[in-house]
Ligand binder design. Structure first.
Ligand SMILES: *Cc1c(COP(=O)(O)O)cnc(C)c1O
Length: 388
């Protein structure tokens, strides 16, 4: 029996990462120093966007993005039910209503046909969303070309929730280039593609949006003389024009992020090799692997297995057996509309049947660079024994 739990994902910290953080600790700035800009520039470079704004979490980046796009009371924001609650909560922070668009259960991604149907109905009722937030679940981009065509027709804004998808590509372009959206959001929580401890970032090509993201990141304060409404009292003068937040990232986190970027491609490669091995070594079992769309190069944040109709009734038992063997399988995700908070708003079982079916048969198995051969063999052995 294993004495240690094998998690579904895990951060990977190198000696260079540690040195980078220690260097900041010995420097003049622990926050609001030079590392933030360097980190933002590096991310913009790898995702091919004009601007990046680093913040203290992916959730903060989603909230700022909603604010920057003017989401407020009475507005409607649509997202996927197959996501972490933060993709929906960001709209609630702004007083907006949340609604969901069902998924394609073979990919876990927002179903564009369902989106189109829902938009057609909403258009007749004059209830179109202000913002749609497609979620690049498991590291695969949604069908952004089709979603952006619907945006052109119906006139909403798009925030890509790419918390899983740093390093992924769609139609040969890096996720985060905002070719089909207004803003793309990333998370740097330790289970994600790279980590800053806690952290997040919003990328955009729109200067106007950039200014708003920066403004709301620091209390709604401006130090731009041209914008002052009162007479400047001297060099120290600043003005608060709106109710913003303190969502800044520290230089300690940013330094870790800069250093972590060096390992991103190797991590994706290792995950890809590991997933291919799983596919080989689990062949013959009554399970499917989550599909990756043809025009996508996934970052492979997650490796999701789906039980066949024959095994599905044993879902809970299989899940618990693997957990008892200390294999850290996880469900990504219990549909957000079934969270009690959202059910209190009137959402109920049956509202998004594809997402519900998906969640009744899916489990994420360990996928990360430093998974040892020994642990890998152990996982294969237990999966083969249990899923028969
Ligand atoms: C992790 C995650 C978030 C939130 O990111 P934090 O950095 O933890 O705040 C949002 N959306 C999705 C899909 C996530 O996986």
């Amino acid at each position: 029996m294993k004495d240690k739990f094998i998690p579904y994902s895990r951060h990977f910290i190198t000696e260079s990462d540690i040195k980078a953080v220690v260097n900041v600790l010995r420097s003049d700035y622990l926050t609001q120093g030079p590392c933030i800009h360097e980190f933002e520039d590096k991310i913009s470079e790898i995702v091919n966007s004009s601007f990046s704004v680093a913040v203290n979490s992916g959730t903060s980046a989603l909230h700022l993005s909603c604010l920057a796009l003017g989401v407020g009371k009475g507005d409607s924001v649509w997202t996927s039910p197959n996501t972490f609650v933060a993709s929906a909560n960001c709209a609630r922070y702004c007083g907006a209503n949340v609604d969901f668009v069902d998924i394609d259960k073979s990919t876990g991604l927002m179903n564009v046909g369902s989106l189109e149907d829902k938009l057609r109905v909403a258009s007749k009722l004059n209830k179109l969303p202000k913002v749609v937030i497609p979620v690049h679940f498991s590291g695969s981009s949604c069908d952004m070309q089709s979603i952006s065509k619907l945006r052109d027709k119906y006139g909403f804004s798009i925030i890509e929730d790419a918390s899983h998808a740093l390093g992924a590509k769609y139609l040969e372009k890096p996720v985060g280039s905002c070719s089909f959206s207004d803003i793309t959001v990333f998370s740097f929580h330790p289970v994600k593609m790279i980590t800053t401890g806690e952290g997040g970032l919003a990328s955009t090509n729109n200067k106007n949006i950039l200014d708003k993201l920066i403004h709301y990141r620091t209390h709604g304060i401006t130090r731009n003389k041209d914008k002052f409404r009162n007479q400047s009292q001297g060099e120290w003068h600043y003005e608060q024009h709106e109710l913003g937040y303190n969502y800044r990232m520290s230089d300690i986190s940013a330094a870790l992020g800069i250093s972590q970027i060096d390992g991103l491609q190797a991590s994706i490669k290792a995950r890809s090799e590991l997933r291919n091995k799983y596919i080989n070594d689990l062949s013959g079992l009554d399970i499917d692997f989550l599909k990756i769309p043809d025009d996508v190069k996934s970052s492979l944040h997650l490796c999701v297995l789906q039980l066949s109709d024959r095994l599905q009734p044993r879902y809970t038992e299989i899940f618990e057996s693997l957990r008892n063997y200390k294999i850290g399988v996880q469900l990504h995700y219990m549909p957000v509309h079934l969270q009690p908070y959202y059910m209190d708003m009137g959402f109920k079982r049956g509202d998004y049947p594809e997402a519900e079916d998906y969640s009744s048969r899916s489990l994420s198995i360990p996928l990360f660079k430093q998974l040892s051969d020994k642990d890998y063999s152990y996982i294969i052995q237990k999966l083969r024994r249990i899923c028969c």
